[in-house]
Design a protein around this ligand. Structure first.
Ligand SMILES: Cc1cc2nc3c(=O)[nH]c(=O)nc-3n(C[C@H](O)[C@H](O)[C@H](O)COP(=O)(O)OP(=O)(O)OC[C@H]3O[C@@H](n4cnc5c(N)ncnc54)[C@H](O)[C@@H]3O)c2cc1C
Length: 383
């Protein structure tokens, strides 16, 4: 068993670490200042500029196949990258990315949707959730009916990430044949309403009222949309906890720094067992999370069934990241509660991890079902 990183993994990790230190971390005070002024952390052109700077060193389209100009990196490398990016709260992501299900595009859709999305010229959103259908995605009620060569879509979507900015939606609706996925341009007539949330990533409600899309805009096959939706959701449940892993590392480092320097009753609080135990528990949980994430990613790279491992990493990451950020806030005392420090921002952001892309309860349901039906063993993949 080899727990060491390969030379390539070390090089990629180190490059991203340096990029975060030199290009991303210096923006943090400004991102906090903007948050206090209710402004987005990065403007679209600032994000683009950073992405183009990373591209000069080849960091573009981390998981985008090489034939599309990307790096085509595997899951372990991507998890290592996400963990490094997670060490900063600046809302940065590398450019050159398109949703995995857009690769099911036919030739014409490829030119109109996939390639411009990879190039950063168009923005997509993934729209399945509805006011009456979140965890139970099969309960969606949006409909699409045929009218000549077109489809006419009606319904409401909610909590759609990027829905305010997207110029096309991958929207899921009921058809006679089952659920179908459509590529619906904003110009086709759907509209979006921002939803105010605890975090910076404000999603949108999308309204479809007799939105007419051409028959050529079915993504994949009519009636096979639910399979696509599951592929989108399952594309990498290890990615969200990987980012949280980086955040937790940074948070605990901040807590230790504060504990060493904050003196109460004549001694640094780091000398108190109450504080030490919080640091120790957090470090153990971070270590456990690291291996859950990397193990799930390793299974993905081997082409093995990784769903159980990914659910475990997602569940543990969500629960533990929230416990850790709470301890770190506690160690910072009143300062932790202020917007002078990023702790409270992370406290709000990490809360989302327990909800989207499968809540804690849905992950537990999956894990328990796998075990009880014999698809997975408590003894893990080593048997
Ligand atoms: C910021 C944000 C961004 C999002 N982005 C997107 C997006 O881009 N696209 C998209 O389509 N959706 C998106 N979502 C929606 C997200 O996927 C859903 O919110 C999530 O799946 C939970 O669904 P729900 O909110 O309807 O909660 P519900 O499904 O109503 O669940 C409510 C509670 O009941 C629990 N519960 C539900 N069923 C069971 C069960 N069988 N057993 C035990 N407990 C259960 C849940 O775990 C939860 O605690 C986003 C949500 C948020 C908050």
């Amino acid at each position: 068993m080899d727990f060491a990183l390969s030379d390539e993994e070390t090089q990629v990790r180190d490059w991203v670490r340096t990029f975060v230190r030199k290009e991303i971390a210096p923006l943090e005070p400004e991102v906090l200042r903007r948050e206090r002024a209710h402004l987005p952390g990065l403007a679209a052109d600032e994000l683009r500029e950073l992405q183009l700077k990373a591209r000069e060193s080849g960091f573009w389209g981390v998981q985008t196949p090489e034939e599309y100009g990307g790096m085509g990196l595997g899951a372990v490398l991507t998890a290592l990258i996400e963990a490094e990016l997670g060490r900063s709260f600046v809302p940065f992501r590398f450019g050159g990315h398109a949703d995995n299900i857009l690769y099911y595009a036919n030739d014409e859709q490829r030119e109109r949707y996939l390639l411009p999305t990879i190039a950063g010229e168009r923005r997509s959103c993934f729209a399945i959730s509805e006011p009456g259908a979140g965890s139970d995605a099969r309960a969606i009620r949006a409909t699409a009916r045929r009218d000549g060569d077109d489809w006419v879509i009606n319904g409401e979507k909610t909590f759609i990430t990027g829905g305010n900015e997207a110029d096309f939606a991958m929207v899921f609706a009921r058809t006679d044949e089952g659920v179908t996925c459509f590529l619906a341009d904003r110009a086709d007539g759907w509209r979006s309403e921002p939803i105010d949330t605890m975090g910076e990533w404000g999603p949108a409600a999308l309204v479809f009222e007799d939105v007419r899309v051409p028959g050529a805009n079915v993504l994949g096959e009519v009636g096979k949309g639910f399979d696509l939706a599951m592929k989108w959701i399952g594309r990498g449940r290890y990615l969200l906890p990987a980012r949280a892993l980086g955040a937790c590392e940074r948070l605990v480092e901040m807590a230790m720094e504060h504990a060493r320097t904050r003196v109460t009753f004549g001694a640094p609080i780091a000398d108190r067992q109450a504080i030490q135990w919080m640091i120790a528990d957090s470090a153990v949980e971070i270590e456990a999370l690291r291996w859950l994430v990397l193990h799930a990613a390793w299974l993905v790279d081997r082409g093995a069934d990784s769903r159980h491992a990914q659910s475990m990493a997602k569940l543990y990451g969500g629960v533990k990241a929230n416990e850790i950020v709470d301890r770190v806030l506690q160690i910072h005392g009143g300062m932790g509660y202020t917007r002078e420090l990023p702790v409270e921002r992370w406290y709000r952001e990490l809360r989302l991890l327990r909800i989207y892309e499968g809540t804690d309860e849905i992950q537990r349901r999956t894990i328990a079902r796998n075990l009880l039906k014999g698809h997975a063993r408590v003894s893990g993949t080593l048997g």
